[in-house]
Design a protein around this ligand. Sequence first.
Ligand SMILES: [Zn+2]
Length: 315
Amino acid sequence: MDTHNVVALPVVSRVAVCGGTHGNELSGVYLVRERLKRREDGTEPVSVVTLMSNPRAVQLCVRYVETDLNRCFTRAALSAPVSEDSPYEMIRSRELNALLGPKGSVQAVDLLCDLHNTTANTGLCLITHSDCDWIALHICKHLQREMSSTPVRYVHFDLPLDEAYSLDSVGKHGFAMEVGPQPHGLVRSGIFSAMQEGVQLMLDWIWQFNSGTLFEGGSVDIFTMVKNIDYPRDPQTHMITAAVHPDLQDRDFCLLHPGEPMFLSFSGETLRYRGKEALYPFFINEAAYYEKGVALSLARKRRVEIPSVRSDTQR
Ligand SMILES: [Zn+2]
């Protein structure tokens, strides 16, 4: 192979696996508990910090106690003054940033994997703010190759690091590992197993990478978030007046064309997608997004070429 096209990257020696960032997304909560039970057995070839991000929300089995922890990691939010009266999650975000970051610094963990569940039929998604993170893209490719029963996709929220609001943005590399469908407040075995397999495959890849294995490049499809669509609402009461159309429900990452059904109103009227461009819907009917005014998100898909990589210990 043409070795001058190989990108040498620093080893990924410090990894963080976080769960319970949203306290009612239970696959990550139980996966973290399992990992904490056996964390000292030294069988893992990579140094992994495992932690429960929002223990109070986990205890109450709610998404958050006072404010959404996974929106607290922008540069501005992390540097805003806090007091004893600040929301619990604002204070907790500082602790996590001190423990795993600081965000954007050389001390930050090399890779942060934050475990989430969605009620939407997404399969396993790696969600990140970067579309040129070769480590995250190679891990995605590895999962796509190795996971037979779960579709794996790379989802990109196009935000500069300072504006990236999620916990995973604290690591040098990072992503949310979002697995669905699973209702909040319960755990489904198949979804838990997919997440467990995803984490194990990620750690296997990192260990091989750190050991000097060369990973060949190739192409990866990236879904870049374009916009959110809210439910139709009553202009006076702001109550929703329609549900996601049955033809669209559970069809995450299936191309949606202009004119295709999007909502079915409570009076029986089909409301269609009025955009000009066919796009890929995802997070369709996510339970936690009713409060955020999001019925679904739409993404554009493109195929990117990624270079071959190996760790720079081999030079
Ligand atoms: Zn979540």
